[in-house]
Unconditional design. Structure first.
Length: 290
């Protein structure tokens, strides 16, 4: 006999039900303060117990576990994730299986670049690279980044921010070929990503500072242009090495934060690889990366 086939939607609902069941069976009644008798045979919680804690009907929840065509709301999924004590990864998985967008709660927690990421950053010997945080503050960088873009260690506070550097640093304005085109894209990308943090005091303070400090930012920000983060080829005009070209891209750090690794790969044109090697050879020890 031919195997029974299911549509992708059916398979997703069945997997959602199986996931809920597995999380329910993992919990013990004692975990949530339910007294049990000696004759209890159900592994973990009963369906009616989960339904009661989440504030939904037992029949409806049973249908959900059975993979029937019921469509839980964001609010119900949130209640279920709390009832089942899901961690952040499990909650995200639940929302994906349910075909819902998980509501984002952006908390401005301290940002820290861990040792593994720092080690990878330093291993990119011939690729200028740095890590930026949710507000595009430069959190860590390698020697090649210092050689090409300057010493981030000499900057403090808002000055060590990509938007601030692009719009207010005379060095960066001279360094970046096609500055205006690049600056417009930087601003539009920053606006798109900062939407998750509307009202955050650190973002508001930076934006207010930029409005005071840069006439271009002051003129362009109210236009509310948005764009994806820029990737492609960037041309620079280094004060000692001259013209250089880099292919650059932005990589998300998959740890629940909004940190990103920005990597620049030198291209053969303009003899960029050889120029970068010479810049690194001439880099003073005291100006190496943090």
């Amino acid at each position: 006999m031919d195997a029974v086939t299911h549509s992708p939607e059916d398979s997703r609902r069945r997997e959602l039900g199986a996931f809920l069941r597995s999380r329910r069976e993992r919990l013990s009644p004692a975990d949530i303060g339910i007294a049990t008798g000696a004759r209890r045979r159900t592994p973990g919680l009963r369906r009616e117990e989960v339904a009661m804690i989440a504030g939904v009907g037992t029949t409806w929840y049973t249908w959900l576990e059975q993979g029937r065509d019921v469509r839980p709301s964001v609010e119900v999924l949130t209640a279920l994730s709390e009832a089942l004590r899901l961690d952040a990864v499990e909650k995200r998985h639940l929302f994906i299986l349910a075909g819902r967008q998980q509501p984002e709660r952006r908390v401005a927690a301290p940002e820290r670049v861990d040792g593994t990421l720092l080690h990878m950053l330093q291993s990119l010997v011939l690729q200028p690279a740095y890590v930026v945080g949710r507000r595009w503050d430069v959190l860590a960088w390698n020697d090649a980044a210092v050689a090409v873009f300057g010493d981030y260690g000499l900057l403090e506070g808002d000055a060590r921010n990509i938007v601030h550097l692009v719009f207010t640093s005379p060095h960066h304005r001279r360094l970046l070929v096609d500055w205006e085109e690049l600056a417009r894209v930087v601003l539009a990308s920053f606006r798109a990503e900062s939407a998750k943090y509307v009202g955050d005091p650190d973002f508001e303070r930076l934006i207010a500072l930029m409005m005071r400090s840069s006439p271009e930012f002051r003129d362009w920000w109210p236009r509310r242009d948005v764009a994806r983060r820029l990737t492609g080829v960037k041309h620079v005009r280094h004060p000692t090495a001259g013209a250089m070209a880099f292919e650059h891209m932005s990589l998300s750090i998959d740890d629940g934060s909004d940190m990103r690794l920005i990597v620049y790969t030198p291209l053969p044109e303009q003899n960029s690889v050889v120029k970068l090697q010479k810049l690194l050879e001439g880099l003073p020890a005291e100006r190496r990366s943090a």
